[in-house]
Structure formats: structure tokens, C-alpha cells
Design a protein. Sequence first.
Lengths: 244, 79
Amino acid sequence: MSLNDKEKERYRRQLGVRSWDQDRLRSASVLVAGVGGLGGTSSLYLALAGVGRLRIADRDRVDPSNLNRQVLFGEESVGRLKAEEAGRRLREANPRIQVEAFAEDITPASVGRLAGGCSLIVDGLDNIATRRVLNAYSVRSRIPYLYGAVRGWEGMLGLFEPPGTACLECLLAGNKDTDTELPVFGSLAGTIGLLQATESLKHLLGLERTLLGRLLIYDGRDMTFDLVDVARNPSCPVCSSLKA
Amino acid sequence: MVVFFKAGSELRHKLQPDVDYYTRRVETEPGRTVREILKDLGLDPAFVAFVYVEGKVKNLDYVPTEGQNLTLQPPVSGG
């Protein structure tokens, strides 16, 4: 399946990037779970890169407090469903890809319909409980899970694909959601979302030296990046039954 | 035994570093877990999701050894 003239022109500046394969990106399907500070950024750059099929899922409506960091929305978006607004914005950004928007919660009942058939799950969520639902499905269906999270000046991302690596639950262990709203600002969330987009593209292109089994931890206050290994938890309730 | 706890910007105000901007020198008994050492310092372990040491993530049951540098990581779940 070769690129037509309009696609060749649209993607001209990236086609020369070493190891780039536009056809491979065009045939990929990715679920971006949550289209807020993280997912709004990652989905926009995946759309611009020409990932052929983007599914986005978010149950929320746009709140004024989202506008400090959620780049797909403006003041006119307040009160509207995030998934629908984001879907419209992504189709505008790149009409040559397919965008499917789901304004619904990610639950054990819905996750298979939302993520099934995708080659990657990108985590743009804002809570641990839904991450657990998505991680459990990722492990069962062997779809790689690209984690991302932010708080204050710090953020992190990592790629999990058991049994070759840990799963997200190996990292979270007993962690639970906090009752308080975590502070976050736009460029910090955007940095992690952009790194998730780059990591997604590397994964979809089949490149080596991804973050598989590792976390990249960014501290914006100190301008430091730490790269650390996440080992499998032999008693992980989600992935320990999988044999490496 | 001495170990060193390091904190990024989100936990630094709780750790109260004394070695440099990031790091606190901690005297402890061999065999104590990170969770126990945090409690000894008067720090609530709930503020720490995990630590990393020598490039590897460890949970709060990890038992540090003499001279190790451990970075404390807060729960990070926003988006």
C-alpha cells in the first residue's frame, strides 16, 4: 500500500527519518485512554505522524480547570464531551487517518471492545483504578501498555509487555488513588505526553531501545531524567502466572 | 550503618535534605526496611510509592545496605 501524492507531501519531512516506515504507521491501531493533559498531547502527535487508526476513550466533559494543560480544548469546549471534542480536533489535524472517539468509562466490561485489536495501549489516565482495569486487559490480551503519569514537577513513563517485562501492577503494588486532586501544569504533562508519543512511534516502527521494562522519570524542577529497571513481581496478582 | 535518601522536587520538603540540595544522610541499623527507616525518620511511608537504587525499582520492603543511595518516588498518578 503506497502513499498517494497528498500523503507524500504531507509526510515529506518525516519520510527521510532513519528507520521511518509510513506504511507501517498507517496500518497501526492505537488506543489512547484518556485525552487530558497526557493523552491529548500524545494523541495529537500520533495523529500528525499518521498513525492510521486512533481510538480515544474518555468519559469526562471539559472543565475550565482542564484548560491549563489539555491542548485539544479551548474555552468553547467547556461542558462538551472530551472524546467528541478531541475526536473533532484530531480529524482536523489529520483528515487522512481514522479517529474513533468513545465517550465512555473504561471498565472490565468495556475494555475489550475499546482496546481489542490495537497494537498498543497508551495511558493518558488520571487515576490508578482505571489503569488497573487497562493493565489487566493488556496482560490478558498481550497488548503492550505504555504507562504515563504526572504530579507537580515530576512525571514518568514506561513500556510494559509481560511476560518479557514487568506489568504496571508490578510497579504499582499496593498503591491506591489519593483522595486529593493532584497538582499539575501544562508543560510538565505535555513533556510526558510527547515522550509517550515518541515511544509509541518507536514501538509501532519496531525499533529497538524502547522503554520496555523500564521507567523514565523526569523532574522538571531539577531538569533531570532517571532511567530505571522495573523487575517482575513474582507474586504479582496480574502477571505472575505468565511464563517468560 | 549509613544510607542516603534522595528526593526529587515533590518529596524534598518532607525529607529535609542535609548533605546537599537533594540528599539526607540517615543512620540506621542493618536489616531495617525502607518502610521502617522512613517511620524512624518520622516520615509517613504513604508519601513514598517506591524507591530506586542502583538503577532498579524497589518496593518499601527493600533492605538497604551500607552506603547505598536511594531515591524516594512519590505516588504519581495524574494525567
